[in-house]
Design a protein around this ligand. Sequence first.
Ligand SMILES: Cc1cc2nc3c(=O)[nH]c(=O)nc-3n(C[C@H](O)[C@H](O)[C@H](O)COP(=O)(O)OP(=O)(O)OC[C@H]3O[C@@H](n4cnc5c(N)ncnc54)[C@H](O)[C@@H]3O)c2cc1C
Length: 369
Amino acid sequence: MTLRILVVGAGIAGLAAARGLRVAGFRPDVVEELPATTVPGAGIYLPGNATRALRLLGLDAPLRPLGDLIFRQMFLDADGGELFEIDVAALWAGVGESRALSRADLQQVLLTGVGGEVRYDTAVRELQIVDGAAKVEFGDGRIAEYDLVIGADGRRSTIRAKAGLGGPAVPTGQIVYRSVVRGGPPLSDWTALLGRRSSFVAMPMGGRRLYCYADETVEPGQPNPADPLARVRELFGGFGGPVPAILDAMEKVQVARTDEVLLDSWSRGPVLLVGDAAHATAPTLAQGAAMAFEDAVVLGEVLRATPGDVPAALARFEDRRRPRCAQVREQTRDRDRTRDVPPALRDPMLRRRGRRIFQEHYRELVRPL
Ligand SMILES: Cc1cc2nc3c(=O)[nH]c(=O)nc-3n(C[C@H](O)[C@H](O)[C@H](O)COP(=O)(O)OP(=O)(O)OC[C@H]3O[C@@H](n4cnc5c(N)ncnc54)[C@H](O)[C@@H]3O)c2cc1C
């Protein structure tokens, strides 16, 4: 059966959803409000379950030459002293490799999987549900009708608002800083240094570059710093381990806020939300892309099973995906709470039990989706 499907947004979730639909035999339209020339900066860390989902989407082969594999996560105190380590290869054994790579490379892999049929410079402005179908108005005034609209339009989703599925995302109270560093010290492990309500993470991402991710928990209403590089140097200048050499080599820093999206329902009639539009969390566990890829796999499966009954397929989608995404949200909050315990209490506790506590955050995600 041919379904008229629209995917709104060509970020990670939209491109993955379009691939999942293609693999299931559908031919979705994909629209993106930004121009085709927009290339994401920064890097991204993909734990083993992200790789497994990409394998199920048939996209693991093009990923293999990209980035750097991560075998170990090192957790250090602010001085660079070891708290504990996680054997990432053992944690995800039989599931998939863990890898850090550039976001631009990941986007290219996902785009190839869609077959290049993305309509850029095309925003969805209006959406109405009429007689079980979705009537969509695009930015240029064009109107079209679809049997299914996939809202993959991110944490500030228009589709979520227009379908009455939820309001604005809720800020988590974190400011995050990202940088791709060339000429830094050699680093073979994913390495995190935990400070006072702040952390600094660096990892190799291929091409002798490091992907650095740092964050701080702030009071409500505190604005972003005017000079993010200066703020990163101020926050982490006193840290030990590899941080001083990384800060010396750091040139540009992107600053962002993180949000949570928590909804009672992800679907209404012929409209379904996926990715951050449905279930954004703070990126502490690096599960945003993995959850989007898993959404894409399950979306393809449920629609292929009952293409003639979209509401039943979407209900099945939510049954399968909600518990896993709720798990990620809870474990993310747990990890952030642990991080924000004062170091004098936290660090001795993490030296004793950190490995067990932090591995536990991923336990459910090792299971098949
Ligand atoms: C600082 C930071 C670090 C992170 N690190 C990691 C990590 O290491 N690993 C990981 O897995 N995840 C990480 N994440 C999370 C991950 O980036 C997100 O989960 C993921 O990008 C969400 O993808 P998405 O496609 O749902 O949303 P988005 O990436 O926001 O994409 C939405 C797309 O929809 C388009 N759009 C919006 N509205 C419309 C409209 N009306 N019409 C048409 N198009 C529209 C937008 O232009 C955009 O391209 C991180 C997030 C942050 C903020």
